[in-house]
Ligand binder design. Structure first.
Ligand SMILES: [Zn+2]
Length: 571
């Protein structure tokens, strides 16, 4: 072994450290200071919406871009699972950004129901902060948006505070919630409008668009996709699902049908803007905007550490439309790998990858299309089929049962938003019923419905009075004292549960491993290269880890522990 190799090897390093420590011990009794975290110029948080944890490993050998870079140059956690049951976009992004669960970060789901107003609340809606210039997507029901419903600080907030507001935080996504939540209270968020093809922001962040954003939007970068066709990125013979381009239950979206090739262009340009969210090119566009943010705001090029969050959402849209075991999903991973490789090259040129901390994860996994499960997967072996819940039907059924029980025609159910049924409090007041007793009655009725595995009442969740099992613990962590409903439901494995029964081919949102399983990857200065860690960890741990790495305070709602492999060995 050459001297160079010997010096670089771990035992030699350990020996040198021991010698150093013993030398110090003879000269001074002051203990050695903990390793000083390096100060990267830029922190990049990448969230890939719906990237289930097995996918990077399933296709590892075919990656040559960004996934390959992170696997070869950093630490990959191959057994990371969310510790909550509400595996949805808003909840996952909030946990990633804050390290907390619902009670800490304030997100019990993508939507909840406000008893006082009797209306649905979308996680990031805020009527006080309309879109700048009133650029409201014709289809968007929410006219204003902000991060004010998030009740914890985020990684980015803490970085900005620790620098005396000199560090800057930006966040970009196709989805509004995918941009706004990671951006925290002190960042600037931009997100895609499927009506205009532009990247929007609200008056929470700016009084008017920065000149560069205005110019970028006016250039209509999305417009070029009118002439683009989504084809397979690699030779078809390499694909696992090459012979399965039209599996049962595949839905597609608008003019994107079940099979390749997928022409993005449409007679109505707005239809093309809309389908971009369901194709790899939507993420290409998002990363083009992210590059523009780095360029124009000179991120990572000043004295203080800046942060950029990018949430790539197209995989989620297309996973819902075609399912995770589809040729489309498989191909999408090849495109994301390529786009990320290109994005990392851009960061290398502008900031330097040796000065950049990158971490990547996902907001949730995904279940198989229920119709596929029933075509001969594991569910048939258990003698139980997968299925689709129709919340309109089960709401009516339990409503009727409660009306019969209390001998009244008054309505009992106000709403269903995953994972909760909300009781009509006017009815309960009018009939002078005990809320806890009605909740128990509702729980006893809902568990009779096929495909419901368990349920818990708000009264019990408030005092932690649920059976201690790994799955019920996840439900407990998903509970928010004022935003969650009266009875929280857990579906049976393989069951689709969403307000609209057949809107999507595949769904997530359960506490089961297919939905909780996500990748976690870290690469940056001082971090071990090419390491794979198999112990069970959670995305809850990311915020504490990044804080330890940066030497900042963990976000206020953080409940995770430091992933010590990331910070071990920092000099
Ligand atoms: Zn989704």
């Amino acid at each position: 072994m050459s001297r160079l190799k010997l010096l670089a090897s771990a035992p030699a390093f350990a020996l040198a450290s021991t010698m150093l420590l013993s030398a110090c011990a003879t000269e001074s009794s002051v203990p050695q200071a903990a390793a000083t975290p390096p100060k990267p110029k830029l922190v990049v948080m990448i969230t890939i919406d719906q990237l289930r944890g097995d996918m990077p490993w399933r296709f590892k050998d075919r990656f040559t871009g960004g996934f390959r870079y992170l696997m070869d140059n950093g630490i990959s956690y191959s057994n990371a699972h969310y510790q909550h049951s509400t595996t949805f976009t808003a909840v996952g992004h909030a946990t990633l950004a804050t390290g907390g669960n619902a009670a800490q970060h304030g997100m019990p789901g993508n939507d909840w129901f406000d008893e006082k107003t009797g209306e649905r609340v979308y996680c990031i809606e805020d009527q006080r902060h309309p879109m700048i210039g009133g650029k409201v997507d014709a289809k968007t029901k929410h006219k204003g948006t902000s991060p004010r419903n998030i009740t914890s600080s985020t990684i980015g907030d803490e970085l900005v505070i620790a620098s005396g507001y000199k560090s800057r935080m930006f966040s970009v996504s196709i989805k509004d919630r995918g941009g706004i939540i990671p951006g925290g209270q002190l960042g600037k968020a931009f997100w895609y409008s499927s009506g205009s093809g532009q990247f929007n922001t609200s008056t929470y962040y700016y009084d008017k668009y920065p000149a560069w954003a205005d110019a970028w939007n006016k250039a209509d970068h999305a417009g070029k996709y009118q002439n683009v066709t989504w084809n397979l990125k690699q030779d078809k013979s390499r694909y696992v699902y090459a012979d399965h381009d039209n599996r049962p239950g595949e839905k597609g979206y608008k003019h994107l049908k079940a099979t390749f090739p997928h022409k993005l262009g449409a007679a109505k340009k707005s239809d093309m803007y809309s389908v971009l969210r369901f194709a790899p090119q939507g993420d290409e566009l998002t990363l083009a905007f992210a590059k523009e943010v780095i360029k124009q705001e000179k991120l990572g090029q000043g004295k203080y550490t800046d942060m950029l969050a990018v949430s790539l959402s197209a995989l989620d849209y297309l996973g819902h439309a075609w399912g995770p075991n589809s040729l489309e999903y498989e191909d999408m991973l090849m495109w994301i790998d390529g786009y990320l490789g290109d994005f990392f090259s851009y960061i290398d040129k502008t900031v330097g990858l040796d000065k950049t901390l990158i971490f990547l994860s996902a907001d949730h996994g995904i279940d198989e299309v229920p119709e596929n499960l029933n075509q001969g997967f594991y569910m048939t072996r258990t003698g139980e089929g997968a299925g689709r819940h129709d919340p309109k039907k089960f709401s009516l059924r339990v409503n009727n049962a409660l009306q019969k029980r209390y001998n009244t025609k008054e309505p009992f159910i106000s709403a269903f938003w995953n994972p909760a049924l909300y009781l009509n409090m006017d009815t309960i007041a009018k009939l002078k019923l005990d809320v806890a007793e009605v909740e128990r009655a509702l729980r006893d009725e809902i568990v009779k419905v096929d495909g419901v595995a368990a349920a818990a009442t708000r009264t019990d969740l408030l005092i932690g009075n649920v059976t201690k099992t790994p799955i019920m613990d996840k439900l407990q962590r998903s509970f928010h004292p004022s935003r969650s409903g009266n009875v929280l439901i857990l579906q049976t494995q393989g069951w689709y549960l969403y307000p609209n029964v057949d809107q999507f081919a595949a769904m997530h949102g359960s506490p089961y491993s297919y939905d909780t399983y996500v990748p976690i990857m870290f690469a940056g200065p001082g971090i071990k290269k090419g390491a794979v860690v198999n112990r069970l960890v959670g995305p809850e741990d990311i915020a504490a880890t990044v804080a330890a790495y940066l030497g900042t305070k963990p976000p206020s709602g953080s409940v995770g522990t430091v992933l010590y492999e990331v910070v071990d060995g920092l000099k």
